[in-house]
Structure formats: structure tokens, C-alpha cells
Design a protein around this ligand. Structure first.
Ligand code: NAD
Ligand code: UFG
Length: 336
């Protein structure tokens, strides 16, 4: 297949490009590099030993996008491009609505004009808000607690409306839980701008001495040790979930929604201890107040993806901390 990957230079996109190329697909990436480096794509080519085309453009640039669709006869689009920092989305909501919503809308319009209606969309467990029960199933009520989450929810709603209006659309909504880890080569990984927001890159930056200590946001949640519990999923498992979803769309047209998680939650303290044990590095930490907007527990029921896609996560928490640490130590300053 010929696949357009929006946001393919980013963390999850670059790992998905590796899996697509390994499976023999042809890949074209469009990315404006607002949160990534072109070097990630160079490394994807090195890992794969295969070519990959890159177009440096913004998804909201309809003319550039249309030109791309004239140049290539794509079979499908995997749509990662977007802004993802929850805290920042509260500060600059219009940037988030403009990028994430208008970007997705522009993409769909151009796809329709080009006659392509097969799309895999990066959604998030954030669309479940604070879930009433666990593990979280795809049919749980949807809500959002911040502008970033609302952009994901709105795009999901737009795509459901689009598919209801025209059942020629084949759409997979993939709700990721907490991506972690890196490619086993240590060549590609998560390269956050400035101070990381997410737990795993923060842990590796403390361990390597770039951050003095980890602040644990609250130990008074209703969880076994009081700290927040999340379903961490290896980014390579996540990447493979996209290939499985694409295959499903090709064989069974329609709109599908899947949780991509492991089904197992780990607390902040459990993740710290798994890292310390596996990587033989200590992670100094201090418990502080809860982070505004955080929830206590979040983990998936990944049963539907297993039943319908034959997909399940293969990597465990030790693989995630080991691979994140390898990426951090091989690339102490990321791609720069
Ligand atoms: P990332 O920031 O590493 O990758 C996103 C890529 O999109 C970047 O390369 C960025 O430069 C590009 N981009 C952003 N806006 C663009 C635009 N208007 N035009 C072209 N390119 C643009 O993020 P990621 O972690 O790889 O996440 C990928 C997707 O998955 C995002 O949509 C994100 O919201 C979603 N998601 C991420 C997580 C997570 O924790 N990482 C969890 C759930 C969902
Ligand atoms: N945490 C800390 N200290 C830190 C960072 C995080 O204690 O420095 C804690 C959080 O309180 C939470 C857990 O670690 O309990 C995980 O936090 P992350 O920021 O890594 O991840 P979140 O679950 O808050 O959110 C992530 C993405 C969202 C996405 C969501 C569900 O950032 O975009 O997973 O997929 F929506």
C-alpha cells in the first residue's frame, strides 16, 4: 500500500513509519516539524534500509496537501499530526483547536476531493474523561476535561458524522493509552521540547542528570500506593496496532474504534521502581500536590482490538523502561 503519514516525524509516527516500511508499504510523510526533527526520518530510513518521501508542510495548507494527493495515489492515510500538551492547551486553546481540528478537517476535505476515504486517526484515552469504571471499554461515555481532549473528542465526532453521511469512508479511531519506550535500535524515540510533561521521559532525564528530581504528583489517589495508575504501552506495539487497523479497514470497510493499551495499570511509584531495577539507576523523587486535571486510575480493556484485529501488546514494562533508557543514553540531547 501507499500510505500518507501525517505527523510522521513525531514520536509515534516515526515508529509507525518503521513498521509500515518493514511490512513492505510505501510511505510518504507530511510534517511541519513544529515538534520534531527531520533527522528522525533519516533514522527511520537507516533502520528500515528503505526510502521514505518527506514533504515539509502544514496540514492546514490545503493547496500543499492537494498537490501531494495529485502526486501520489495513496491507498490510506494515518493521521498523527497535532499538538498534544494538555497544560499548553489550557493556555492557548485556539492554537489547539486550529491545529488539531482545522488540520483534521482540511485533511478530510482534501481526501474527499481526491477520492480517498480510508483514514486511521490518533485519538486518546483522554476522551473517556474520568472513567466511572475500569477497565475502560470503547463503549464507555465520552467526555473531556481540557481543550486538548476536546479537540480529540470533536475530531472523533466529526469523523463519525462524516462516515454516517457517506458510508464509503473507512475510519479507524485508535484511542492510545500511555505510549512509552522506543525502538530497540536506540535510534528513534521520544524527543520532548524543553522540560518533559510526561512521566517516562521525565524519569529518564532525571536518571541521566538533566533534571534534578522527579516530582510525583499526588500520593492520595484511591490506588494501591496512592499514586496515579496508567496503562503504559510500548510505542512499537502501538505502531503495530496501526498496521492491524489498516488491514482491518481494507478487509471490512466501515468505522471502528479501538483501545490500544495493555490492560495492566502501573502506578507512578511502580514505574519508578521498574526503571530503577531494570536500568540500575536511581531516580530521586519527591511527592508533591496533585497536578490539576489528573485522574487517579486509567487502564484499558484491550479485548476488542484483540478480538477484531488479532492485535495485542507484546512488550512489558521492563521492555519499555529499558528501551526508553537506551534511547536516552544513546541520544542525551535527542535529535540535536
Ligand atoms: P509528536 O508531537 O511527537 O508528533 C506529532 C507530529 O505532528 C510532530 O512531528 C509535529 O511536528 C507534527 N505536526 C503537528 N501539527 C502539525 C501540522 N499542523 N501540520 C503538519 N505536522 C504537524 O506527538 P506523538 O506523541 O507522536 O503523538 C502523535 C499523535 O498521537 C498526536 O495526535 C497525539 O495527540 C496523539 N496521542 C499521543 C499520546 C502521547 O502520549 N504521546 C497519547 C494519545 C494520543
Ligand atoms: N506524573 C508525575 N510526575 C511527572 C509527570 C507525570 O507524577 O512529572 C504522573 C501523573 O500525575 C500521572 C502519570 O504520571 O499519574 C502519567 O502522567 P503523564 O503526564 O505521563 O500522562 P497522562 O496520563 O497525564 O496523559 C497522557 C498524555 C495525554 C493522553 C493520556 C491518555 O499526555 O495526552 O496520556 O492517553 F491523553
Amino acid at each position: 500500500m501507499k500510505v500518507l503519514v501525517t505527523g510522521g516525524a513525531g514520536y509515534i509516527g516515526s515508529h509507525t513509519c518503521v513498521e509500515l516500511l518493514a511490512a513492505g508499504h510505501e510511505v510518504v510523510v507530511i510534517d511541519n516539524l513544529c515538534n520534531s526533527k527531520e533527522m528522525a526520518l533519516q533514522r527511520v530510513r537507516q533502520i528500515s534500509g528503505r526510502p521514505l518521501a518527506f514533504v515539509h508542510a502544514d496540514l492546514r495548507d490545503a493547496a500543499a496537501l492537494a498537490a501531494l494527493f495529485r502526486e501520489y495515489a495513496f491507498d490510506a492515510v494515518i493521521h498523527f499530526a497535532g499538538l498534544k500538551a494538555v497544560g499548553e492547551s489550557v493556555q492557548v486553546p485556539l492554537d489547539y483547536y486550529h491545529n488539531n481540528f482545522i488540520g483534521s478537517l482540511t485533511l478530510c476535505r482534501v481526501m474527499l476531493a481526491a477520492g480517498l476515504r480510508t483514514l486511521v486517526f490518533s485519538s486518546s484515552a483522554t476522551v473517556y474523561g474520568d472513567p466511572a469504571a475500569l477497565p475502560i471499554r470503547e463503549d464507555f461515555p465520552l467526555s473531556a476535561t481540557n481543550p486538548y481532549g476536546r479537540t480529540k473528542l470533536f475530531v472523533e465526532e466529526m469523523l463519525r458524522d462524516l462516515q454516517r453521511a457517506d458510508d464509503g469512508w473507512n475510519i479507524a479511531l485508535l484511542r492510545y493509552f500511555n505510549p512509552a519506550g522506543a525502538h530497540s535500535s536506540g535510534r528513534i524515540g521520544e524527543d520532548p521540547n524543553g522540560v518533559p510533561n510526561n512521566l517516562m521521559p521525565f524519569i529518564t532525564q532525571v536518571a541521566i542528570g538533566k533534571q534534578p528530581e522527579l516530582l510525583v504528583f499526588g500520593d492520595d489517589y484511591d490506588t494501591p500506593d496512592g499514586t496515579g495508575v496508567r496503562d503504559y504501552i510500548h510505542v512499537v506495539d502501538l505502531a503495530q496496532g496501526h498496521l492491524a487497523a489498516l488491514e482491518r479497514l481494507m478487509a471490512n470497510p466501515g468505522l471502528v474504534t479501538y483501545n490500544l493499551g495493555t490492560g495492566r495499570g502501573y502506578s507512578v511509584l511502580e514505574l519508578i521502581h521498574a526503571f530503577e531495577r531494570t536500568c540500575e539507576r536511581s531516580v530521586p523523587y519527591r511527592v508533591v500536590a496533585r497536578r490539576s486535571g489528573d485522574i487517579g486510575l486509567c487502564y484499558a480493556d484491550p479485548g476488542l482490538a484483540h478480538a477484531e484485529l488479532g492485535w495485542r501488546a507484546r512488550f512489558d514494562i521492563e521492555d519499555m523502561v529499558r528501551d526508553s533508557w537506551r534511547w536516552q543514553t544513546c541520544n542525551p540531547d535527542g535529535y540535536t
